[in-house]
Design a protein around this ligand. Structure first.
Ligand code: GLY
Ligand code: MN
Ligand code: MN
Length: 458
């Protein structure tokens, strides 16, 4: 995708950062869905793409730092594969395109690692997240299930590099964000009472496909926005509903992502009640965006978003007391049980497979408090970070009933009043931002955010 020199330079920086040993990269394999020849869409591992740009199944790689060797391992395609699936460059040509000089058949990988282990050399690998990775590690390293020990220096070095997006990466992310904006604009145009949720889903995903994109995660397109990750699409949209869309494009060739949310009235206008909740989300949203800058801890912005939410809920009579104290106690989480946002890049939740504690917390421990524990990003922000802003206001009847029955945080929550709003649903808007040396820049075409702007589109 980028120049050969980009990948050579990335691997050089990685080698210098880890310092010694062997870095083992497990590429992804084809994954069967319901029978072997009916697979899920192939998706290469994002770190493998970042260092080797190989959107092909069946490859692994090593960087032997001490001996200054880089090797891609794989087997040439069989004629049967070529007949059914088409030809590809040879492994040698795939490797040469990114400046990797050596290739070997897959069986040579175990021999290479056996030899390294016999000399007690360090073999670094990243956390496995597919069953196939676990099986490969067991076989390649002769370990038992449960014995995999991912390398912290390797994780930290990759995270440090991938967290800082270069201008050429930002251009691709921005393209994915533009397509993502168009997906949301299309939903704002088409949502009508009487439609099925899946009809809106189809219209939204058609925009992605028409732009050579896939979706960066399973689309949420629902009249039940209070269910945070709602993947059911079979309901009929009724007058008086709010429709929550959380959808993003992933560029087909290189995987860079967008991830945005919008909340749309089924009718041409929001009801007064919907406006009240929506206004709280927008206030928290805007306060968060305005606070973005290098040097601030993202958890501080989360606290600000939570306090702004509490202030709005107090004005509606649903909460009471001091907003600072309410947020410190975790009372806001009845209505705002999610985090504020996450890193975004080659993955929607960028590098979540490497561990949130490294990506979003710089090695610091995470809170276990309900709500705050879902904050994927807390660390100090730096130029080059790309992240989402997505506070929400949710009325989850089961959670309201549970907390009310146990009088949880009743010094901050007016349960009698809350009960009158129990069917109010959920509101989330989500945008994508780049942290710049001076502050921030929104990525992607702007889409309506305030109620006036959304209504003007309807
Ligand atoms: N689409 C999931 C999220 O917003 O994090
Ligand atoms: Mn999202
Ligand atoms: Mn998100």
């Amino acid at each position: 995708m980028f120049s050969k020199e980009t990948y050579v330079a990335r691997r050089r920086q990685l080698k210098e950062s880890v310092g010694s040993g062997i870095l083992l990269f497990l590429g992804n394999q084809e994954a069967p869905c319901n029978f072997a020849d009916n697979g899920y869409r192939f998706r290469q591992d994002s770190t493998f793409m970042y260092y080797f740009d190989q959107p092909y199944a069946g490859l692994n790689a090593i960087i032997d730092i001490d001996n200054d060797r880089e090797i891609i391992f794989g087997d040439e395609l069989t004629i049967d594969y070529i007949v059914w699936m088409g030809n590809q460059p040879t492994i040698h040509d795939k490797a040469a395109a990114v400046g990797v000089g050596e290739t070997m058949p897959m069986k040579a990988l175990k021999e290479y690692l056996d030899e390294a282990r016999s000399k007690r050399r360090a073999i670094h690998y990243l956390p496995p997240y597919r069953n196939r990775h676990y099986l490969d590690l067991l076989e390649l390293l002769d370990i038992k299930p449960g014995q995999a020990t991912p390398s912290v220096p390797f994780i930290k070095a990759v995270v440090e590099m991938r967290n800082h997006k270069t201008p050429e990466e930002i251009a691709l992310i921005e393209h994915a964000c533009d397509v993502t904006s168009d997906m949301h604009l299309e939903a704002m145009r088409v949502v009508r009472p009487g439609m099925k949720e899946y009809e809106v889903l189809a219209a939204v995903e058609a925009v992605a496909m028409a732009n050579n994109c896939y979706t960066s995660f399973p689309t949420i397109a629902t009249i039940n926005g209070q269910t945070l990750h709602n993947f059911i699409h079979s309901h009929t949209i009724k007058s008086g509903d709010m429709f929550l869309l959380d959808a993003g494009a992933e560029l087909a060739d290189c995987y860079y992502c967008g991830d945005m949310s919008s909340t749309i009235p089924a009718d041409k206008k929001f009801t007064d009640r919907q406006k009240a909740i929506y206004g709280i989300q927008v206030a928290a949203h805007k306060a968060s965006v305005n606070a973005l800058r290098p040097g601030i801890r993202f958890e501080e912005i989360y606290d600000l978003s939570a306090r702004t939410t509490v202030e709005g809920l107090k004005a509606l009579g649903l909460m009471k007391g001091d907003p600072h104290e309410a947020v410190a106690a975790g009372a806001h989480a009845l209505f705002y049980p999610t985090g504020l946002g996450h890193m975004m890049g080659l993955d929607d939740h960028d590098m979540e497979n490497l561990g949130e504690v490294w990506v979003g917390y710089n090695g610091q421990p995470k809170s276990t408090q309900f709500g705050r524990k879902s904050l994927r990003l807390a660390r100090e922000l730096e130029p080059g970070f790309v992240l989402t802003i997505e506070p929400g206001v949710y009325f989850i009847p089961e959670l309201i009933d549970l907390w009310a029955s146990q009088k949880i945080h009743s010094e901050f929550i007016n349960y009698d009043q809350v009960n009158k709003w129990r069917d109010a649903g959920g509101v989330r808007n989500e945008e994508n931002y780049l942290i710049t040396p001076d502050g921030y820049r929104r990525l992607g075409k702007r889409i309506p955010l305030t109620t006036d702007e959304v209504e003007a589109m309807r």
